[in-house]
Write a protein that binds this ligand. Sequence first.
Ligand code: KIV
Length: 284
Amino acid sequence: MSTPPAGKLPLPELAAMKRRGDKIVMVTAYDSPGARFAEDAGIDIVLVGDTAAMVVLGHEGTTVPVTVDEMLFLTRTVARQSRRPLVVGDMPFGSYQVSDEDAVRNAIRFVKEGGADIVKLEGAGTMTSRARTIVESGIPVMGHIGLTPQSATMLGGFKTQGRTAEAARRLVFDAHALEDAGCCSLVLEAVPAPVAARITAELTIPTIGIGAGPDCDGQVLVYHDLLGLTEGHLPRFVKRYANLSREIRDALEAYAADVRSGAFPGEEHTYEMPAEELAAFESH
Ligand code: KIV
């Protein structure tokens, strides 16, 4: 692999990568080690996703409760460590639905306080207007259609979207609307591969798939899912590249056993003092 040029990946490079057929790699990150690992692995885009609600903050099965302030804290942490990858701040539920003005105000917070390069919001329809207004204020926007977890209740759960011809055509329409609104790229989540392939072929902006097949211009996975930190049910679209939860459990159990048996700390973990100082210390 050749060494990438120093400095932030220029935003127009995403569209150029699509034109060249170079796949875009995106992963979520929520903290400084995650951001550092992503940077060192040559990841193009780091998404501080509102999946933080579930994988970091412990909310079960929903992204809805995470707040703007919580997302800003995480985004700032990731942005601080990310020199090359573009950092996407995921706008949480409630931060852009109320009005265009509110959406711009919160998007500005993600850039100024969070250090995000791009903001992401879910949905089309009215949300297309939010995307357009944020772009007009000078902030790049990544769209997100298909399975949009913030509206999972309305969608009837975490389900594949666009499985009928009519629903698929609606997704194609929404994708064009978001491109026309000025989005710089588009996440396609849990949509049939042929639908994602059609959208990808018709748009000039890159698509980033998650459960959307191989023809998207890039792929994204949630850090905790791909590293095996998530326990329990995983969506079909996740490929696990490690089993870190097993490693962490084993390590913590070994540590606890060592402390209880006295095997830790050993001499090599212990500080000494000069013999004469020790003698003086112990003399009274
Ligand atoms: O919040 C998130 O992590 C996301 C990805 C699943 C695309 O939106």
